[in-house]
Design a protein around this ligand. Structure first.
Ligand code: NAD
Length: 356
């Protein structure tokens, strides 16, 4: 079959070096000629942010970060950036912190230098997310893609093991979902497969030793590739379901992705043989689901949506909201019945093989 595709390669500077964030950031602030930096980091991330910003003098330190970026928080942060004449946003933290910087960039055009401390991957995508009246909206705007990303694996040592696993599974979900997402192509597919391989190697090392430099570096590298694949391929069925669960039921992002992934994989894989083959190959297992489930067992990954605040009585409403936004080109047709079965199984933590 002829190879025909359309792929946008996005321009972003990526600096990767353990223990080097402070110097890399100071050099980058100088290179960009910034005079007024707004340092964004949640209160929980303040200590890490102080280390990262040790060689610069921020004009503003902003810590009012809330998961899923409520619109009123975004507007307050935008007002501060404009009032202070900020010319560079530096965000240090997880996806929520990067998300707030993106919300500011979206309306002001101020560039971002992102220093991620989880494996969420938001720093490498042009995707923004905002939550208004309990509905999460996402969109694409090149203005929100950070100009530079600084990856320093030593900043992730403090990420608790449970959260490291959930966040790493979130990255794995970017890879898996991008193999059948609306704009899947051979280039984002290549990133996805290498991302799965790196995450499957790195995460067990992190679980064995939270301070494993090799484990943290491999996982962070895999998280970056996962974000490249997701940012390019777009949101597939898995991400659409998780956006509804996060935005409407305020569920924790990484744990929700970690829980839902095996169910979407079990559901879609029989109808997506090429994705199935490539995921299995990346894991080195006979089937994709076997590889994922082996890894999940090894990591003691999150199992059931009921453990994260989702009620059985919410399933019907969640199906109604998610069904219309699931991409029409999903490999397997999605109906109210089979989506209800998928969410019921994920709620209970049942064996996903029943969905095949
Ligand atoms: P998060 O940013 O909410 O962080 C989770 C928790 O970990 C927070 O309490 C945070 O303070 C803490 N934390 C972060 N780094 C730490 C560290 N190194 N040590 C100790 N604690 C640390 O969660 P997340 O999973 O990173 O991001 C989730 C958000 O990112 C969601 O809103 C999601 O929609 C968004 N996201 C967006 C994209 C995109 O492309 N736009 C991609 C992925 C995720």
């Amino acid at each position: 079959m002829a190879l025909t595709f359309e792929h946008d390669t996005l321009g972003q500077r990526v600096l990767f070096g353990s223990g080097q964030a402070a110097q890399l950031l100071a050099d980058e602030v100088g290179r960009l000629g910034s005079k007024k930096v707004m340092l964004i980091a949640a209160t929980y991330e303040a200590e890490i942010a102080a280390k990262v910003a040790a060689k610069i003098t921020p004009a503003v330190i902003f810590d009012d970060v809330v998961q899923h970026v409520p619109i009123e928080k975004a507007e307050a942060a935008r007002a501060v950036a404009l009032a202070e004449g900020i010319d560079l946003l530096v965000c240090v933290g997880g996806g929520s912190t990067t998300g707030l910087a993106k919300a500011i960039a979206m309306t002001t055009g101020i560039p971002i230098v992102a220093v991620p401390t989880t494996y969420a991957g938001s720093e490498a995508t042009p995707v923004w997310g905002l939550t208004e009246a309990a509905r999460k909206t996402t969109g694409i705007d090149i203005k929100v893609l950070p100009t530079t990303v600084i990856y320093d694996a030593s900043l992730t040592y403090s990420l608790p093991t449970e959260l490291s696993v959930a966040s790493g599974m979130n990255a794995l979900a970017h890879c898996v979902d991008s193999l059948w997402a609306p704009k899947a192509d051979p280039i984002n597919g290549a990133f996805a497969v290498e991302g799965i391989r790196a995450l499957a190697e790195g995460l067990p090392l992190v679980v064995a030793d939270a301070n494993s430099e090799e484990g943290r570096e491999k996982t962070l590298y895999g998280a970056y590739l996962s974000a490249l694949s997701f940012g390019s391929a777009g949101s597939g069925m898995h991400h659409k379901i998780c956006h509804v669960l996060g935005g409407t039921y305020n569920m924790p992002h990484a744990q929700t992705h970690a829980t839902v992934l095996p169910y979407v994989l079990a559901f879609n894989a029989p109808a997506a043989p090429e994705a199935e083959r490539r995921i299995a190959q990346a894991f080195g297992t006979a089937t994709a689901l076997e590889g994922l489930q082996n890894l999940r067992a090894q990591l003691d990954a999150p199992r059931a949506l009921k453990d994260y605040g989702f009620s059985e009585s919410d399933i019907a409403e969640a199906v109604t909201i998610a069904l219309p936004i699931i991409p029409a080109n999903n490999p397997r047709p999605v109906s109210s019945e089979n989506l209800t079965a998928l969410l019921a199984a994920a709620w209970a933590g049942d064996d996903p093989t029943a969905l095949r």
